[in-house]
Design a binder for this molecule. Sequence first.
Ligand code: FES
Length: 129
Amino acid sequence: MYSDKVMEHFKNPKNTGEIPDADGVGTVGNPVCGDLMTMYIKVKDKRITDIKFKTFGCGAAIATSSMTTDMAKGKTLEEALKITRADVATSLGGLPPVKMHCSNLAADALHAAIKDYNKKQEASNEVKK
Ligand code: FES
């Protein structure tokens, strides 16, 4: 029922952990099951140079987090904001219908981390003015 890609990312998730001095952090909860995910990003010249995640969730949530971080690493913030829930599921070779809600967390957490980064930038620009 899971694709090989999902199993691969579930068994060997990439980019797990935390970035203590992250430039942006996004945490989202899944309203369907209550699972939680946090994403951390490091940004240089508007590009994501490093990204890590922590997921308290099911296997599909871990696989989608791993895939999302892989897709976002090295991308500009603008490009990363365009990564949708559907893109992540498609890159994993699809997810079983009952698990589609699990793919929402990763893209949402990524977008939340980017928004957090933008907010912090605006705040520090205000201070400099
Ligand atoms: Fe909660 Fe999959 S069951 S994220």
